[in-house]
Design a protein around this ligand. Sequence first.
Ligand code: O2Y
Ligand code: MN
Length: 585
Amino acid sequence: MAHQALEKWVEQIAQITQPKTLHWCDGSEEEIESLYELMTSDGTLTKLNESKHPNSYLARSDVNDVARVEGRTFICSALKEDAGPTNNWMAPEEMHAVIDPLFEGCMDGRVMYVIPYLMGPAGSPLSKVGIEITDSPYVVANMRIMTRMGKVALDELGEDGDFVKGLHSTGDLAPDQRYISHFPDENLIMSYSSNYGGNALLGKKCFALRLASVLGKREGWLAEHMLILGITSPEGKKRHICAAFPSACGKTNLAMLVPPQEFLDAGWKVETIGDDIAWLKFGPDGKLYAINPEFGFFGVAPGTSMETNPNALLSCRANTLFTNVALCPDNTVWWEGLTEEPPVSAIDWKGNPWTPESGDKAAHPNSRFTAPAKQCPSISGDFDSPAGVPVDAIVFGGRRSTTTPLVYEAFNWQHGTYLGATMTSEKTAAAAGKVGELRHDPMAMLPFCGYHMADYWQHWLDIGEKGGDKMPRIFHVNWFRKDSEGRFVWPGFRDNMHVLKWIVDRCDGIGKAKETPIGLMPDPDSLDLEQLELEPEDVELLFSVDKEEWKEEVAEQAEYFKNFGDKLPGGIQDELDALKSRIDN
Ligand code: O2Y
Ligand code: MN
């Protein structure tokens, strides 16, 4: 028996959008082969060199459609108050009045694809079903990599299961008609006039973070912008870490970290469960368990190389869709940072001839690879586990050239929530705004929290209250501290393993820590940094807490919290007051 509410909705959308045909996606090989054939013959895709990139393709997006558009992303809750000061809000009826007419007849002459997809492993109590309706075969191909698509999702849905509705149309890609709209009360996403990434692959940021965060608040769980990794010690003890970082902080690299040789020799193992999103729910034993709701990686290409992230590069060798990277004469791909030597010539992301002398970027800075997660050499055997993995530690991070030490631990869950709520990062050249300027990005959820940020912090406090002493420990890291000459002091990349080991040691009750005004910090010798050959003054800087800098930090945090008025949770205010008094004394 079919799911009647689903069939009715699909019929209704077809009536409105008037496609020439309707196609229910089953996720089969035959289906994707025919879509790839269609898209190569109409020029949407270029087939890549079959021996070097088997079954892989290159797409170029419209030049005005190359990234998520926060300015045109809306939370349409009934009350403005429920979207809060960090989201764009429009009343649901007002947004419907704007966006519904855009969908009228918008699929004329096009195929309407119905994509059933599952976020999370089959049979998991943490997983949820979404249905995306789209007129873009490129979106279908991406969704097939990024989610568990087709029959598996319909089986999970059954005859009367709940699902999140997503309606997407390419429109004519006009930026001023672009709307990424979320209707939490209707479990509905409507996206118009963009075919790019987070704007169009509705399972990712729109469902798995913005709507899921609202569902999590209602149902007592957390939808987080976090990687998930597993670390196994030489003794065979496995620990799991979820970590949230703003963009440009090396999140994908950490998710796929290859430990330094001495750790490998000693028997340490790091495994990847997720690179971007984690759903966390209480298990039957009262601990928090995490799943990665996604099935693939939508990774940023520039800067990815065998040196910076071999596991990412190996993940996208085959069965991969590249978007906005450069095309080499032998039909392989290239982007800035892939190799030291650029190709002698290429076709750039806009489709124009390119040489290194041209001075332009060959690949767009936000160019991407969409690759199956299971192709990652470090993927964990628990990736498909319906129960998820027990979370031992949560790590927050940011890019700070001053003030914030390499690593410290929160005193408790409430203090840890405060560390997440006060996350800041310096803007890099890739982000809009002045380089170096601080941007607040609480829990790295600023663009992704689907409701009032202060209510979200309260939800974190409530979850902590419920979990009691079974909650994960919370840490803060900063890989980006600079010396007076502007040089990064910490080598980063593989050597972040030294910090992860201290975190794991803390979870095991063997890592030593001392109390400081900002939290619990390691003695530098408990990190065993000998191999790194750091100068003593570098080590001192990495672990220093300068009271004058922290006085400014606290004042700035207090100023930031004014944006949330009397919605600011008491627990967060208490932590601010306590930090201020520890710094002042
Ligand atoms: O511009 C986009 O649509 C991609 S943004 C993105 C992609 C993968 C993982 N995270 C992000 C992000 O913005 O956090
Ligand atoms: Mn992300």
